[in-house]
Design a binder for this molecule. Sequence first.
Ligand code: GLY
Ligand code: MN
Ligand code: MN
Length: 447
Amino acid sequence: MPKPQPLLFARHVEDRCRQFDDLLTEAGYDSLLIHSGRPEMRLFDDQHPPFRAHAPFVAWVPEPFSSDSLLELRPGQKPILWFSQPRDFWHVSPEQPAAWWADCFDLRIVDSAAGWQDRLAQTCALAVIGRERDLGPLPDRADLNPEALLRGMNEVRTVKTEWERECLRQANLRAARAHLAAAQAFDSGASELEMHLAYLAGADQDQEHLPYNSIVALNEHAAVLHYQHRSAASPARRHSFLIDAGADHLGYAADITRTWTRPEHTDFDDLIEAVERAQLTLCDEMRAGSDYVKLHRQAHLAMAAILEQSGLVRMSAADQVESGVSGYFLPHGLGHFIGCQVHDVAGQISPDGKPLPPPEAYPFLRLTRTLVPGNVVTVEPGLYFIPMLLEKLRQSPYKDAVDWAAIDSLLPFGGIRIEDNVLVTESTPINFTREAFDTLDKASSRA
Ligand code: GLY
Ligand code: MN
Ligand code: MN
């Protein structure tokens, strides 16, 4: 783990305190309590899925796996952190908080929720963030997850502080290292499960610490956008490998996708190269003032141009986009905000709180805002050969524009996605993902 940067963290807390003071004052609250969450058992079971703290807590406290802690914020005061260290011989208790970050809080160690339960009974204008069933009954005057305040809290998270940018950069470095390990495993004939294990070893993180379930897809599995299994069998023919997997750094996510093939050259390699060129152009367009919906349309035009140039679809790129044909090959959005949630908050709402739903033609677009400096977004165009969608295209008025023999020959490859994480600045965007791969490349050429 790289050395933490206490100064950046202190500034992050200072900035957020100032912003939250304003939010609380505006909303008329004297105090805000943010619960870190509690593991949730499966129904009729004593087992729970891996725990991850609520993002509004992680946005303040770099302890994404700490349950039943409570952050207390009051305008003008140092934040109080009720940090839970259960006395438990079944599990390992969280370590003593490190001074580099804990010094930013008035730290109170408790051994269970009972240590802070009375904070919920404060007789002041109180807002509480958490789940009702974790917190128990609240006094009448307390507001649970008040909408207007939450909206303000989410808005604040759309512009990353220097600390958050550094965390995202480090998460990308960790994920890029793991991607290289997985690609190497692909080259040596590994199964999906083995490549997944190679990825985890490369990341030096277990799946339960990653920000989302890794997508580790060989061949036609790459056509399943969120392919959720990892087969232990190694198929006889290995055409392609799509891996969409991230990493965590102190609560912040990386979300990276790469698509690989075998050394022998096929038409699919040309498609990967073309998607990559288009993806890099799109990354460069992530600039302050750009409308992300327009960028999404631009991605459709770029993918449609590839379909036209490769002869797969005999329609102009503009006609493909206009008619919806490009949507059969690119059914998801260009990307989303990323931060302490992989699909970070406030992507479909304007800074002044107006809903910004995606256009009807693009229902899965998660980000519909105009970009500003400090936003961090993913850029993840793709081209897929998805049997279910191709069947629909075969029944559409555009069926004769498609080279079905060529499409059928691409089915075993599944699809292509290339995804980077990009910081919007006042000028040239910073691509954390490419930066990370470059750093590793330089490090390996020195070795
Ligand atoms: N890994 C899910 C996504 O790219 O949004
Ligand atoms: Mn993504
Ligand atoms: Mn992804």
